[in-house]
Design a protein around this ligand. Structure first.
Ligand code: NI
Length: 257
């Protein structure tokens, strides 16, 4: 057989990349790359294709389920966000920052008790592209996951790279260490003061929703916009027929070691 499975898969990915942007029902991934990623030319869709077992933007099209994910916490808005999630009985994913845990680690127990999953968003939120894979692991990933393990007994394996930015060599290195990298396919832009009113965020949902979407939000120091909009975003997604899943369930991954 002249054509290997790998070659076929690569071809499939290539076709997918060519077809997806114009397909009528295809999800419009990564609704917009953050402007600071563009000059570096990182193509996250291509990275997700190259590392289909390690690097994820969304789940495959299936049931109408989405995952809400919160970065940069825990912080001053996390308790309010937990109250809302509990009120709507929506499970979510929290990618926490090590340096936030110094003040807010008391929230870890509540996040777990209420059925959410914990992931690792690094210790100090650096751009991983400026660090070697070893520096990322030893300076950012291990300290945060170990801190969480010491408090909860669970060592998180799900990583959200700060800014969603990571080079291929770090993806394969962290994958070999047993971690998974989880980016997103739908950015609510709650982090962007220019476009984060509740109405604008609802519009993002309306425009870019798709089955298997991983939705980016924030519960850190600037989690105010997310906390304010969250009930409306949940209701909008329910209105569109979506249910909610933790990202590990949505992707079928083991979240802890
Ligand atoms: Ni972040």
């Amino acid at each position: 057989m002249a054509v290997s499975r790998t070659a076929l898969f690569f071809l499939f990915c290539l076709l997918l990349l060519l077809i997806l942007p114009v397909g009528a029902t295809a999800p419009r991934l990564y609704n917009q790359l953050p402007p600071y990623l563009e000059p570096f030319g990182e193509k996250v869709e291509e990275q997700a294709c190259r590392y289909p077992q390690i690097f994820f933007l969304h789940a495959g099209p299936g049931e109408k389920k989405v995952a809400l994910t919160f970065d940069d916490g825990p912080g001053p808005f996390t308790a309010q966000i937990l109250d809302i999630l509990s009120q709507y009985q929506v499970p979510a994913t929290f990618f926490v920052l090590g340096e936030q845990l110094e003040e807010y680690s008391y929230l870890l127990g509540r996040i777990l008790e209420e059925g959410h999953v914990l992931g690792n968003h690094s210790w100090s939120h650096p751009d991983f592209r400026n660090l070697s894979p070893q520096e990322i692991l030893e300076g950012e990933i291990l300290p945060t996951s170990t801190f969480i393990q010491n408090r909860t007994g669970l060592f998180p394996l799900l990583i959200r790279p700060p800014y969603g930015a990571v080079e291929d060599r770090a993806i394969s290195f962290l994958g070999e260490e047993g971690f998974f990298l989880i980016n997103w396919s739908l950015d609510t832009f709650d982090w962007d003061g220019e476009q984060n009113t509740t109405e604008e965020m609802q519009q993002k949902i309306k425009e870019y929703h798709h089955p298997g979407a991983i939705i980016l939000m924030h519960d850190g120091e600037n989690g105010q916009a997310a906390a304010k909009a969250l009930p409306h975003l949940i209701e909008k997604l329910q209105e569109l027929g979506y249910g909610f899943q933790r990202v590990d369930m949505l992707l079928g991954l083991t979240p802890y070691r």
